[in-house]
Design a protein around this ligand. Structure first.
Ligand code: GLY
Length: 353
């Protein structure tokens, strides 16, 4: 008793190894990658998010709490018209927000879509993950769920966004009764007429890798500006606007959500990394798939290239990172090696001047 023969030893070693793998993949306890400190990647509007996420992870915070705190800064910023408070509204002038989160260590996810009146949908998505047996709650149900958890309600339509929406409403059709100032016969006497019409698929996505190998990600947006009420893009859809696999890496997307959904963009990127591509190669792989599958004429230019943009962002388990867009000129935010900065995305096509 108490002694193991060689065969028993080998099978018990194999069992321990298998158990170790199971424990590590269940709880996200993995070998530390060779990185000096946390690494965070985000869309170009996410420099404050990457800084916050790295700061919190450095202080020992959970990776998901860290990325959510990072994007909360942008969700609450009225000047970012693509996310949260101040985001551009739907065609009825009502702001509807989408968000999802993924927690690498537990392999859990949560999402809300078309939620109104709540500045920080990412925090509601986290509670869907933590405090329900569901992954996604939408619309009125999402708002009621947020109310139940004590979230304050706010009119998310800022004056700046209202003026942009009003301008869109007044000028998008000649066959309705809304008249833009310049065609009214009364001139542009009001100083509050928006001069330029903002239009966006803009979004923020942020992922972080901690030195202990744990990863999480979040994507949050006000979605397509002036959309049909209830329209949901890629941002709240796990596998489209975001995907995290604690053993491989994380990916997120911004840009035309309809295109990202159709190729399961973020999942495609993570799977490409699993099969050996670098983050940048994996992002380009997904971007090429979007270009290839854009066959419908109204979405293509005369030369056949897509007439919209999508950007994919990726961070690998080993601490490599990269991003790619359909069109040149895009940037992404990264905090790595103690430096927070914007870098160029790789691209498929060079933008015409
Ligand atoms: N990527 C954001 C959206 O399409 O809603």
């Amino acid at each position: 008793m108490g002694t193991l023969n060689r065969r028993d030893f080998l099978s018990s070693a194999a069992a321990s190894a298998a158990l170790g793998t199971l424990v590590s993949s269940t709880f996200g306890i993995q070998d530390s990658p060779a990185i000096d400190g946390p690494i965070a990647i985000s869309s170009a509007n996410g420099l404050r998010a990457t800084a916050k996420a790295v700061e919190m992870v450095s202080q020992g915070a959970d990776t998901l709490d860290a990325v959510i705190a990072g994007v909360n800064i942008v969700e609450e910023d009225p000047n970012d018209m693509s996310v949260g408070y101040g985001g551009l509204p739907n065609e009825e002038g009502i702001v509807e927000l989408d968000s999802c989160v993924m927690h690498g260590p537990t392999c859990e996810a949560g999402a809300v879509a078309a939620i109104r009146n709540i500045k920080t949908p990412s925090r509601v998505a986290q509670l869907v993950m933590q405090r329900t047996d569901h992954v996604m709650i939408v619309g009125e149900g999402a708002l009621r769920f947020a109310r139940a958890h004590g979230f304050a309600e706010t009119n998310l339509l800022t004056d700046k966004a209202r003026k942009a929406w009003l301008r869109w409403k007044e000028q998008h059709s000649d066959s309705d009764d809304w008249i833009p100032a310049e065609k009214s016969g009364f001139g542009d006497s009001r100083s509050d007429v928006a001069s330029k019409l903002p239009f966006t698929y803009g979004t923020i996505t942020c992922s972080v890798l901690a030195p202990n190998g744990q990863m999480s990600g979040v994507t949050t947006t006000s979605g397509l500006s002036y959309k049909i009420p209830g329209r949901i893009g890629d941002s709240p859809i796990i596998g489209a606007g975001l995907f995290v696999d604690n053993e491989v890496g994380a990916a997120g997307a911004t840009g035309r959500g309809e295109a990202v959904i159709k190729i399961c963009g973020s999942h495609t990127v993570v799977e490409a990394m699993r099969h050996g591509m670098s983050p940048e190669e994996a992002c380009l792989h997904a971007i090429k798939q979007i270009a290839k599958t854009t066959k419908i004429k109204r979405l293509r230019r005369k030369d056949g290239k897509p007439n919209f943009d999508v950007k994919m962002y990726a961070l690998s388990k080993e601490g490599q990172f990269g991003a790619a867009s359909i069109w040149s000129g895009a940037k992404f935010a990264v905090y790595e090696g103690g430096r927070n900065r914007l870098e160029d995305c790789a691209h498929l096509y060079t933008r015409d001047s």
